[in-house]
Design a protein around this ligand. Structure first.
Ligand code: GLP
Length: 241
């Protein structure tokens, strides 16, 4: 696991964007694994700015998102589809038909999980997967205790995750209780993984991550067993390490 220490959120976002841009330049039809959450906003802003100023093209890129809430319509302002469209896809030249997110509005979510897992395989796997980290160590929506061998599956969200994400919803009651997430096995098949962490809220979990113990209690700790992981973290996130 390679650690890049940066001063702040802006620098983290710039470094992450640089890695994504060089991946796309190296392989224009890359499969990018994308994440949502506050952590990613700056990175997507940098990608949009670079696309506008330098013309980096995403015409042949395919994207697969980590996760989606169950029960929100695709155009619901809190769906991850809406987030991705608003913050990235509408502002770059990627055809929307090449952007994939689990369909949390499906009538048959179990079948949707199988379809999504197969889709990623059919795309040839993920070249570069970007991850945030939950305060409890979740990656995607793989909550503590999730088996490392799980493929894309339905999860019950931990109360602490619903609380952490309640800031985006009118009230805690409105936060969905379930989601579809790529499994840890899905994520671990990615050829390169970049995990981003910023701010003091992530400091305690970064301590656990860097302790080095690989345990299902800290889902992100599985990354110690992957050969090509880059962590980009800022001073606040690393303040207790
Ligand atoms: C959410 C998402 C994750 C994200 C994490 C951190 O619940 N499912 O993919 O990485 O929590 O979110 P944030 O960046 O807002 O701290």
């Amino acid at each position: 696991m390679k650690l890049i220490e940066v001063a702040n959120y802006e620098e983290m976002s710039q470094k992450a964007a640089d890695i994504i841009i060089s991946q796309v330049k190296k392989k224009p039809d890359s499969v990018l694994g994308l994440a949502t959450g506050s952590t990613m906003l700056g990175t997507y802003q940098q990608l949009v700015q670079d696309h506008q100023q330098n013309g980096t093209s995403y015409r042949n890129v395919r994207t697969v998102n980590l996760d989606e809430y169950i029960g929100l319509s695709l155009d619901h302002p809190n769906s991850y589809r809406y987030y991705m469209n608003q913050h990235l896809f509408f502002h770059i030249d990627i055809p929307l038909s090449q952007t994939y997110i689990p369909n949390g509005a499906s009538d048959d979510v179990e079948a949707e999980c199988k379809r999504y897992e197969q889709l990623i395989e059919n795309l040839g796997g993920i070249d570069l997967q970007i991850l945030g980290i939950g305060r409890n160590g979740h990656i995607g929506f793989n909550e503590p205790g999730t088996s490392f061998s799980a493929p894309t599956h339905v999860v019950e969200l931990a109360p602490s995750t619903r609380q952490a994400n309640a800031r985006f919803f009118p009230s805690l009651e409105d936060v969905p209780r379930q989601a579809i997430t790529m499994g840890i096995a899905t994520i671990m098949k990615s050829r390169h993984i970049v995990l981003l962490a910023s701010g003091t809220a992530k400091a305690p979990i970064m301590v656990k991550l860097f302790e080095g113990t690989v345990t299902a209690d800290v889902p992100a700790s599985v990354l110690h067993t992957h050969p090509n992981v880059t962590v980009i973290a800022d001073e606040e996130a690393l303040s207790l390490v």
